[in-house]
Design a protein around this ligand. Sequence first.
Ligand code: ZN
Length: 376
Amino acid sequence: MFGTSWRVARIAGIEVRIDSSWTVIALLVTYSLYLRFSFLYGSLSTAGAVGLAILGAVLFFASVLVHELAHALVSQARGIRVQDITLFLFGGATRARVESRGPGDEFVIAVVGPLTSALLAVLFGAIDLLGRGALGRPLSGMFGYLAWVNLLLAAFNLVPGFPLDGGRLLRSAIWKGTGSFGRATRIASTTGQGIGWLLVAGGVAFLLTGNLAGGIWFAFIGWFLVQAARSSYQELQLRHLLRDVEARDVMARDLLRLPPDLTLQDAVDGWFMRYDHGAFPVEEHGRTIGLLTLRGVRRVPNHRWATTQVRDVMVPLGDQVVVSPDTRMDLVMEKLEDGQAGRVLVVDDGEVVGIITSSDLTRWLQRWRTFERRAV
Ligand SMILES: [Zn+2]
């Protein structure tokens, strides 16, 4: 769901990231605020309107961040580790390590987001009303605008389509009623897709009546919701499927090993250029002692490849993410998503017997789907 993202802060141990798509929306929001403020307050200079627009945009995104932090902090208070918060095209997303443990957890974690946005709306509204004299019209007007935006954020997030907060509330209610997490997710996700399509239809209706901006906006949000609902359900299905699969079933076992005293030049010519692997185990006296990765080789300037040995560049085994052959693949997938290395080593009896990368998992899934279809 996410493309490239940058790490910008760390709050209460939670990593805050910004998705690349967010820069587009940040510019759009600032620009539309500038248009709005210079239209509403004719007394403002251009610089004044730009400054107010930037301040408004910063407070807008701070509001989104506070909404997400509320989810994250309540999750953590309930013992569910939060991976990170990513601000992207339409706001924020909080990635929790584990799906909520029960409908009660899910309800509280979901409801606190819209509640926080509603509180922010009240706060900004109060600043607008009480500070009108002291702040002057344009500044207090900006706070009034932020109050509306937060109210809208609360309302939109309460739409009962998964993965929006409202969809999570719906899921927790069905989960509580039926006792089935899978069925609850399926219903909430179907509702999410349904509401998404309704928004797309609304957008098309707007377009037909000549409201171009409104039409594109509705259709875009609707399409986003359809995709998000679909992909979060697929991810859940994938996790279920992988629970019955072990690391040994997915790992690449045809490991080609390198001697440690080889030069990098020979490693590149004889291994990296010949085989489609991003890393090779390094073996000495029949034991694996490390891993030579493509990233490691790239860090050494080309002119030193002929004089540098594999031993000096390899990553020691101790620094690798290691699992045993019978580790469940849903857990391996979590490690793959978590880790910086992008690979997990499968170790049996102290010896590396396989490597799993995301592309190994993808290829395995493709094979699985081929046979699944044949079976049906
Ligand atoms: Zn939320």
